[in-house]
Write a protein that binds this ligand. Sequence first.
Ligand SMILES: Nc1ncnc2c1ncn2[C@@H]1O[C@H](COP(=O)(O)OP(=O)(O)O)[C@@H](O)[C@H]1O
Ligand SMILES: [Mg+2]
Length: 286
Amino acid sequence: MFDRDDELNKLRTGLGYPVTLLLGIRRSGKSSLIKVLMSEEKDVIWIYLDLRKYEGYAYITYKHLLNEFERALNTWPKFLRELLRGIRGGVIISGSGFEIKLSWSKDRVELADLFDKLSSISEREGRRIVIVFDESQELRKLKGFNILYPLAYAYDNLKLSFIFTGSQIGMVYRFLRLKDPSSPLFGRAMFEVRVNPFTREQSIEFLRTGFREVGISVSNNLLESVYDELGGIPGWLTYYGFNYLQFGDHEEAIKRTLEYAVQLIRQEFENFLRGGREEARERYYA
Ligand SMILES: Nc1ncnc2c1ncn2[C@@H]1O[C@H](COP(=O)(O)OP(=O)(O)O)[C@@H](O)[C@H]1O
Ligand SMILES: [Mg+2]
């Protein structure tokens, strides 16, 4: 991890609050920060939910959400998984592998009950439990279930912490509806951490460090022009470096990075439109 000490320290502070928002545009390094935090804070029991995979979906369901929890809980060590026994509505712990299954049809597991259980595990173990919703704005597409109620319940009553990351910053606010008096989360304070693109100096140092790691020396001019073309988003600088390594050519590496970036941004924009209401779409497009 290059730099980002401030952001990491803020995130650590955030672990002491019920909710932290980690906001920054795509490829700014949010997931990387979370992964570093997870690997450093071994005392925390982590539940990491990757919602990015639902980006292309028109909507997601309660089943998808429970599936994500199921996947995350199954990464826990066995002695912790065993403690999940006894949640109302069917936690099945099957076979000698102690695999967790959360039932979602009849007798479905209610999120509030799961949160209750997690909170009591946290108290019993004397360890904080942190639930990460990575790319949380995807949850705005959740149909037939309002996740804000169990979240508000947990915020007010339980000993759990949440981290919501988001690339579409406005969408995260809109999903949480903090300023809407009819929202369950209305007025709740949240700790906010922003991940900004690197400055010019940081970007150049980042590239130089990366090239040094692979034993390539490059001129200042080259690094300057990479920043001029791509700006300071770490993901694109990294992608440029990766292409430069492959092709050994600046122009080619820039070209490939831009092509890929444009494709990705187009896809993201389409996804953004998909999340909007029919009548708003035309306006968003404009
Ligand atoms: N501080 C950093 N140090 C080194 N590499 C980074 C850093 N931040 C981002 N990257 C690189 O950029 C890529 C995109 O970052 P990522 O964490 O996936 O962004 P986000 O989750 O915000 O979309 C990562 O895979 C990693 O290669
Ligand atoms: Mg990410």
